[in-house]
Design a protein around this ligand. Structure first.
Ligand SMILES: Cc1ncc(COP(=O)(O)O)c(C=O)c1O
Length: 397
C-alpha cells in the first residue's frame, strides 16, 4: 500500500518546516537516506575515484562505478551508456556540442522546450550555421504533428521534451521517434520532467539519448545523467577534456578512455553519485508505477478543482486528458509573482512563478509574461491540494 504519511516522515524538510511544497518540477525534496549516503562518502570513503590504489580510493571508485550501473538499470541502459553530468542542462550541452553537425544541418525542437534544450542548439546555429526548426504547439499543449512530419524531413537531429515543464504535456514520443527514425534522424529526449515520474526503458523506446537530473527525483543537486546510445557515444566528441577521460596522452594528442569515462573529465560529483544511487533505491522500493499513479491522482484533483474556479485560467491539456504532475495557471488581473507570494504568505505554499525557463513558449504560444506553477511529487497529499484551492479562493476574494 502506498502510505504517503510514512513516506513524508522520511523527508527532513517536511518534518522541520511548516510548508506545503508544490515546487517539485523545479527540484524535489531529499529523504534522510539520500542525505545519509552523501554523508557516508564524506565521513567514510572520502577519496578521489579512479586515481589511487589505496583503500579509500578503491572504495569510492567502486561505489561511483556501481552508481552508474544503478542509474543505468533504472532506465534499462548499460552502464557504459550512462554518463554522469551536472544535470539535464549539461547533458544536452554535451549532446549538442558532441554531434558532428555543420552548416545547414536541420535540428528539430518544439515550441515548448526548456532553455536547456534550446540554447545549446542556438549556439550551433550561431557558430556552425545549423538550422533550427521549431514545431508549433498549441496553448493546450498539443504538438502539431503535421508540421512535425514535414519538419523532420531531412533533419539530422530531433531533440524534444518528453514532459513539458510548463504545460504538463506528455509528448507522443513513440510516434515522434518512429517518424524521426523513418527519416534517418537522431532522436533524443529531455527527460527532466519524465524520468522522475514514470517507468522508463530506453531499449524499448529505442531512442538515441535521454537527459535527466537527480535533484528532481529525490537525489542531490549537482548531478544528472545522459543516456547515450553506444554507437553514437563511440563516434561523438567529448564535451570536456582533461583528467580521467583518456587512455593515453602523447605530445601529439590523446586517446579517449572507454565509455562512459570518455565523457567524464575531471573529478566527478562523487558524493552526489552516492546520493543519486540511493535515490534510485528509494524510488524503486516505493515503485515508480505507484509514484506515477499517486502523482496522477493528486494532479487530476488539482486540475479539476482549478478548472472550475472563476478567474483562473489553466494551461496545458484539457482536464480529462493525461498530463505530467504539474499545473500552470494564471488569475485574471493578477501578476503571477503576486499570486505565488500570496500563496506562500497565507498558507506556506511553495510554487514557482514566471516563465519557467521556457520564454519562447510564453512569448509565442501562451502570450503571457509568466504563469504560476504547482507541481507534485510522491509525498504530496490531497489535503495539500485542498489548501491550495482554498487559499487561491481567498486570494481571488
Ligand atoms: C524540461 C526541463 N528540461 C531541462 C531542465 C534543466 O534541468 P537542470 O537545471 O537540472 O539542468 C529542467 C529544469 O527545470 C526542465 O524542467
Amino acid at each position: 500500500m502506498y502510505d504517503v504519511e510514512r513516506i513524508r516522515e522520511q523527508f527532513p524538510v517536511l518534518r522541520n518546516r511548516k510548508i506545503i511544497y508544490l515546487d517539485n518540477a523545479a527540484t524535489s525534496l531529499t529523504p534522510d537516506r539520500v542525505i545519509d549516503a552523501i554523508v557516508r562518502y564524506y565521513s567514510m570513503h572520502r577519496a578521489n575515484v579512479h586515481r589511487g590504489l589505496h583503500k579509500l580510493s578503491m572504495e569510492a571508485s567502486k561505489v561511483y562505478d556501481d552508481a552508474h550501473s544503478r542509474v543505468a538499470s533504472f532506465i534499462g541502459a548499460e552502464p557504459q551508456e550512462l554518463i554522469f553530468t551536472s544535470g539535464t542542462t549539461e547533458a544536452l550541452n554535451l549532446v549538442a556540442s558532441g554531434l558532428k553537425l555543420g552548416k545547414g544541418d536541420p535540428v528539430v525542437v518544439t515550441m515548448m522546450e526548456h532553455h536547456a534544450n534550446l540554447l545549446p542548439w542556438y549556439r550551433l546555429r550561431k557558430e556552425k550555421g545549423v538550422e533550427i526548426r521549431f514545431v508549433p504547439v498549441s496553448a493546450d499543449g498539443g504538438i502539431d504533428m503535421n508540421s512535425y512530419q514535414e519538419m523532420v524531413k531531412g533533419a539530422r537531429v530531433v531533440s524534444v521534451t518528453w514532459v513539458s515543464n510548463v504545460l504538463g504535456t506528455i509528448s507522443p514520443v513513440e510516434e515522434m521517434k518512429k517518424i524521426a527514425k523513418e527519416n534517418g534522424a537522431i532522436f533524443g529526449l529531455d527527460g527532466a520532467q519524465a524520468v522522475p515520474h514514470m517507468p522508463v526503458d530506453v531499449r524499448k523506446l529505442d531512442i538515441d539519448f535521454l537527459a535527466f537530473s537527480a535533484h528532481k527525483m529525490c537525489g542531490p543537486t549537482g548531478i544528472g545523467a545522459l543516456y547515450l546510445r553506444r554507437d553514437l557515444a563511440e563516434e561523438m566528441e567529448p564535451f570536456k577534456l582533461g583528467g580521467d577521460m583518456i587512455s593515453d596522452v602523447t605530445l601529439d594528442g590523446y586517446l579517449p578512455a572507454e565509455l562512459p569515462t570518455k565523457f567524464e573529465a575531471g573529478t566527478p560529483p562523487i558524493a552526489e553519485a552516492f546520493g543519486f544511487s540511493e535515490a534510485i533505491n528509494f524510488l524503486e522500493e516505493l515503485g515508480v508505477e505507484n509514484i506515477m499513479n499517486h502523482v496522477r491522482r493528486i494532479t487530476k484533483e488539482a486540475v479539476k478543482a482549478l478548472s472550475e474556479m472563476k478567474k483562473v485560467r489553466i494551461y496545458g491539456p484539457a482536464p480529462e486528458e493525461e498530463r505530467g504532475g504539474l499545473i500552470s495557471f494564471s488569475i485574471d488581473g493578477m501578476n503571477c509573482h503576486d499570486v505565488a507570494a500570496a500563496l506562500d504568505e497565507l498558507s506556506g505554499i511553495c510554487v514557482r512563478s514566471g516563465h519557467h525557463c521556457a520564454l519562447p513558449l510564453h512569448k509565442y504560444v501562451l502570450g503571457v509574461d509568466g504563469t504560476v506553477r504547482a507541481s507534485f511529487y510522491l509525498y504530496n497529499t490531497l489535503e495539500e491540494v485542498e489548501t491550495l484551492v482554498n487559499t487561491l479562493n481567498d486570494i481571488i476574494g
